[in-house]
Write a protein that binds this ligand. Structure first.
Ligand code: NDP
Length: 254
């Protein structure tokens, strides 16, 4: 079920890491709202980006604009977003979704994996927020949604860097909400639990069963359920919600 939010029509919304998984579902859902979907992909994925653009237009996007940058490359972020804004005007919504996980127990963790995780998930999100903030101040109802994770709230063995990066995104969310709230710029974080993506599909049956036993609702979430929450937070239906962290996890972390 794709819940309709009328004010998302023609709203310019950037989603990072949108070539697959949750990010892909979010842009498809935004296209169905009639938004101007601005979606981010990395170098080497030009063909996929063009296919996605065509698909988004078929789904109902008012416009679909692919933007190439790596969230770990601050110069690239700034250059590509500045040139978008020059051509189309300010971006009014942002979903910081791009993320990686390089899981390892503390004793085996490599420094390069810690740096890569923090750079992509946390620093990348901060730098994209910074690149767009001047425009947010000019927009009427700007809204930022940061895709954190339940492990940012509850921690997880084997995921120290990932959990730290996701907890950091919550600090980013609350701080940006405080800095820009007076200008009607909102910022919220969502914390998904297990969401059915390629990642969960490839799990062994017994691993899936063990994860499911810890979820009161006894199922993984769907990318559509995540998209519905993201759309709500981007839209004016959530106009008095900011600095909030919302779990979407079937009760995994109660
Ligand atoms: P996927 O691994 O399926 O997709 C990640 C996306 O991020 C891809 O499009 C990838 O691009 C992109 N990406 C990764 N690094 C960069 C980078 N440096 N610059 C630009 N894009 C990048 O992940 P999911 O869809 O499962 O997860 C999406 C978000 O949701 C992540 O932040 C994740 O931490 C979070 N999350 C996911 C959960 C789940 O159960 N799936 C649970 C909780 C949180 P490319 O195709 O080029 O690799």
């Amino acid at each position: 079920m794709n819940i309709k939010f009328e004010d998302l029509k023609e709203k310019k919304v950037l989603v990072t890491g949108a070539t697959r998984g949750i990010g892909r579902a979010i842009i498809e859902s935004l296209a169905k709202q009639g938004a101007h979907v601005v979606f981010n992909y990395r170098a080497g994925k030009e063909d996929i980006a063009n296919e996605i653009r065509e698909e988004l237009m078929k789904l109902g996007a008012s416009t679909a604009t692919p933007i190439k940058f790596d969230v770990t490359d601050t110069a690239q972020i700034k250059e590509s977003l500045d040139s978008f804004v020059k051509e189309y005007g300010v971006i009014e919504g942002l979903v910081n979704n791009a993320g990686i996980s390089r899981d390892q127990l503390v004793l085996r963790m490599k420094e390069e994996d810690v740096s890569a995780t923090l750079d992509a998930n946390l620093k990348g999100s901060i730098m994209v927020c910074q690149a767009l903030s001047r425009g947010f101040l000019k927009a009427e109802n700007a809204s930022v949604v940061n895709i954190s994770s339940v492990v940012g709230l509850m921690g997880n063995a084997g995921q120290i860097a990932y959990a730290a990066s996701k907890a950091g995104m919550i600090g980013l969310t609350k701080s940006l909400a405080k800095e820009l709230g007076a200008k009607n710029v909102r910022c919220n974080a969502i914390c998904p639990g297990f969401i059915a993506t390629d990642m969960t599909d490839s799990l062994k049956e017994e691993t899936k069963e063990s994860y499911l036993s810890g979820i009161p609702m006894k199922r993984f979430g769907s990318t559509q359920e995540v998209s519905n929450l993201v759309n709500f937070l981007l839209s004016n239906a959530s106009s008095y919600i900011t600095g909030e962290t919302i779990k979407i996890d079937g009760g995994l972390y109660i």
